[in-house]
Design a protein around this ligand. Sequence first.
Ligand code: FBP
Length: 551
Amino acid sequence: MDLSALQQARYGYKPKLPASLSGDVASIALKVGSPTESVADPGEIKEIFKHTYGKPIITFEKGTNEGIRRAVRVGVILSGGQAPGGHNVIAGLYDGLKKGNPNSALYGFLGGPEGLIENKSVQITDQMIDAYRNTGGFDIIGSGRTKIESPEQFAGALETAKKHNLNGVVIIGGDDSNTNAGLLAEYFLEKGSALQVIGCPKTIDGDLKNQHIEASFGFDTAAKTYSELIGNIQRDANSAKKYWHFIKLMGRAASHIALECALQTQPNICLISEEVEAKKLSLKQIVDRICDAVVKRAENQENFGVVLIPEGLVEFIPEMKQLISELNDILAVHEKAFSRIEAFHDQLEFIAPKLSGPSGELLRHLPQTIAKELFMDRDPHGNVQVSLIETEKLLITLTKKRLEELKAAGTYPGKFSGLGHFFGYEGRCAFPSNFDADYGYALGFSAFALIASGQTGYLSCVKNLAAPAEQWIPGGVPLTMMMHLEQRHGAKKPVIRKALVELDGAPFKTFAAHREAWAVKTSFLYPGAIQYYGPPEVCNQPTKTLKLEHP
Ligand code: FBP
């Protein structure tokens, strides 16, 4: 079958590289900074990462580096949720390796970290990589969420790497996967192996960022894809003038996607989980806030609107957070007995008495579909799968109920009809925007330069992203530098600190300065589809978040 014209054209797109990575590979020199400290708990982190703690920041600049031409054998893993630009990370890594030395080889481990543990791999060839350049998805080698944590899994990873005679492994993943990358780098050195490990910052959620990592790849395309859809819905709402659309957006914990989409589309309401938590807003207060806008707009005869809801919201509402945490414990202890109960009513009667008074009460008052969703299987990290909880429907139901009360009291003059949507999987495999195509490629190329220069325990990094790609600054940030200790499964574990929305940061402040006006007056923006060809101001714009954070 013929490829679409766009796919054909995208194969021909040449990702832009930062100037310091362009030209002869032997001109990619390392500028090495001073030793670093972890963001918190330095004593404990140093103790855990005896061999890799305190490494300096590395920046690539023009110079000489003949050693980079050595032939290396590298394995690559895609880990966690899909994010546009992943194929380009692999393409950048592959092209760098082959440019450095045609005898270098790249192996893709299949289905995520499990592929490394169980030695399932494929050698990446020119033909294979060419079929995936500038495309979305992770289908080139697949992804997975297996966490490398048991001694057997670590040993399995080392054994596989030895079998392939690898020099290094590149792990493309989010905060948890890159924590794993740091642990693997340490483990290999501990075992006397010279095997190097480099991470690459991936996640549409945008929560793997810090002073050195300005963005994770995938966020740009996903947020733009959702913004296009939100804009289309807003235009529909403004045309039909009869529906309130409640749109849930991906973002497991952080609300960066919802916030970016709000900046791009100016909806009536956008809830920000981090604010809900900081202000300890209850479910009732959130519903009142929505109803307030619905009532004010009804007074202007505008019985329509758009509400954006971050996926992780339920875990930030204090009483829901408490309920979920109690449910996690109860379901972990009574997993077997619970799995034998089929009817919802019986499940409820099994669980509710085991909860604290307020949590039991809340569970009984939630719509049945939501309560059922809260009982569903946890992910491998023990988390509730928030993408499967229909928060948008919960809020529609509660808003409707409250508006009926207001109508009965004579304070709501309008009509309310709520429609729910969830935009998540739609955006994770879109054709990467030019930004993500370039950024992914640069991250992969930088990962090559780190490995070929003998480095381990680094996250490939590209800075100055709000500037044109030629001016980007590639390098590596030590993984231990981003770590701190967190309570996980009853014990303190080193993890890369997740970046939530900062309420004193420029993106949130910009949104907060306008949201009251947007709530009442129709101020919708319609950003349209991502453009791949055309003027740079149309095609190469980074997200508003990036521009506000790095003016
Ligand atoms: P990563 O953090 O692994 O990139 O995944 C993010 C995400 O897309 C979240 O937005 C969403 O909650 C989750 O993955 C969905 O996971 P799954 O693909 O396992 O359903």
